[in-house]
Structure formats: C-alpha cells, structure tokens
Design a protein around this ligand. Sequence first.
Ligand code: CP3
Length: 356
Amino acid sequence: MSELKNDRFLRALQRQPVDRTPVWMMRQAGRYLPEYRATRKQAGSFLDLCKNAELACEVTMQPLRRYPMDAAILFSDILTVPDALGLGLYFEEGEGPRFRKTVRSEEDLAGLNSFTADDDLAYVMNAVRTIRAELNGKVPLIGFSGSPWTLATYMVEGGSSKDFANVKGMAYDKPALMHGLLSLLADAVADYLAAQIRAGAQAVQIFDTWGGSLSAAGYREFSLAYMQRIITRLQGQPETRDVPVIVFTKGGGQWLTSIADCGAQGVGIDWTTDIALARAEVGDRVALQGNMDPSMLFASPARIREEVASILAGFGHGSGHIFNLGHGITPGVNPDHVTAFVDAVQELSPQYHLGD
Ligand code: CP3
C-alpha cells in the first residue's frame, strides 16, 4: 500500500513530535454538508449509503476536499453490528435509529445471529478497502465501532433513549444477563475492529457515547471493562497489535485516570472537561483528543478562533493532542464555520510545537 504522506495524527497519538496539532472532526461527513445530502439522496437512504462502497467512499472524501483534515473516518454507523446480529435496524425520519427487535431476556440473547465481521459486515470492509485506495496515503483512515455498553443501550431500548430505563434496569437488576450481552458484544466488536484493520484502517476509535450515563462503579463494570477486553484482544494479535486505539466516553471526564489505564493510546474528552486538567491528570500516559463544544460552531468565526486558541493554550506545549470537537458536529452548522475552526488549528498550533 502507498506510503502515508501526512502522519501527524498517528504521530500525535503516540505523543511523538509534530509540526502542528493534527485536527479532524467526529461526524465530519454528514448532514451539515450539502454534497453529503445530495449523495445520500442518490443512495436512497442512509443505510443504502453505508452499504454502497463507492458512495460511502465519496462521502468520506467530501470533508477532505473542503478542509485540510489530518485524518479520514470511515463512513458507516455504530449500529451496523446490532443490525448484523439480527435486530433489524431502520431509521424513522426525524426520530433517529430504531430496531425491530430488542434484547431483554435470556431467550432474546440466545436468539441473536452468530457473527463474523468479514462475512456479516463485508460491505464495511469493502468500504474500508475502497477508501484506502482512494486516499492513496493522503491522510490515515480511522475505523470505528460503538462500545459494547453503547451498543447495548440501543439493543435493549430498541432505539435512542432519554433515561435508559430498560438497559440500566437490566444492568443493575439482572447483571448476569447484562454481562452475557456485553461479552457477546465485546467478542463481536473485537472481531469487527480487527477486520477493519486487516482491510486497511490505520487507527480505530471506540465510541462510548452513553458510558457517561452510568454511575462510577457501573461505568467500570459495564463499560470500561469491556473496552479494555477489546483492546487487550487487539494487542494480543500480531496483525492488530501496532494499530492505535482511541476510547471516547462522552461524560467520562471524571474517570480519566481509570480510562487512561485501559490500554488505549488516545482518550477522547468531551467539552465539559478542562483540557489542561486532563493533561495534568493523564497526559503523561495517553494522547488526548478533543474538545471544543460542537455548539461553538454556531458562533462567529472570530469567536471560534478564540476558542481554538484557548483550547490549544490549555493543552500547552508539546505533542499528544489531537484537536477535535467534544462530540459529533451538529447537522445545522454552516460549513464555512468549520473552515474557521480548521484554519485556526492550523495557524495557531505550530507555536506549541517549536523546538520539538
Ligand atoms: O464521524 C463520521 O463522520 C463517520 C460516520 C459516523 C456516523 N455515525 C454517520 C451517521 C459515525 C462515527 C457514527 C457513530 C454513531 N452513530 C454514534 C456514536 C458517535 C456519536 O455521535 O455519539 C451513534 C450514537 C450513532 C447512532 C446514530 N446513527 C444516531 C444517533 C444517528 C442520528 C439519527 C438522526 O436522524 O439524527 C445515526 C445516523 C447517522 N450516522 C447519520 C450519519 C451521517 C445521519 C444519517 C442521515 O440522516 O443522513
């Protein structure tokens, strides 16, 4: 495969010297871009878009044509795994993701399909291979999965949830059933990420969007332990050992010391965390990714630039920071405000790497 021309993102993940802070955005391909909406229309639906390697590649590339991002992220969704397990994923306009079936009993758990990523999510691996070829070494490609806990929230609730009544009820009241589901998901996710790496992903991120809904003890037991299991599995196989892992727990700011122990090279932080404090706590062990409030993109370009400056100053001098938002970009954002965001990181960050 072609040589990587821009390895800032991978170097920063290993806390090796870089000329400036690398930047990419969670959900960088998406509805805020008119060209994304056009391609999605062409595909028919969001799921058809995910299943078509050429179109998934096209939307992965769209943000890179507009902005000098330092990484590409596979265009797919975390819910492809529960879909392949047999739950029947669909999207109701304006209502978010839904499943035809839920997992709330031992029988439901036993009824899930057996899963092999290379066979059951072959369309994702095709997309990874197509994107790697198209990138031709321009920037690294990030693969991803949901965390077992976050996938479980959708599988037990049957879709998005505000209070997580069913899934948290199950965790706290029927822990054996919950652990059965989470073990199955950890096996599936480890296999899924390994398959993405074999297909060409050069780093992988585990999105733990709902880990922050748990208690501190609940987080360690039901979320962190399973992400750790996945990372240990990846680090135990020669073909996946050297590929860095980023763990992003939204709402995990108060648990950074335990998260930094899970074996990941990078830890994503949301915008509620002070990046200076996060660096003081765990910056000697992991790279930090984040953490501008996605809503800051609704402010003026001047205000966005100020915020970027303040986050860069908060992290301070040296490598180990990957600039990102603190969560995915919101659909209504003006694409020109993203230009202001990325330009500010490019222009203001070199001073923090001088002499390295
Ligand atoms: O970052 C990227 O650009 C890569 C693509 C990506 C998508 N989803 C595309 C997508 C990634 C990494 C995800 C992850 C994902 N999906 C998460 C974890 C990250 C996070 O943001 O918390 C979660 C919880 C999901 C589940 C999911 N899929 C939701 C809640 C939605 C939104 C539903 C809605 O209508 O608002 C989706 C759909 C989805 N995934 C879209 C995109 C671009 C929008 C689909 C569309 O309408 O075109």
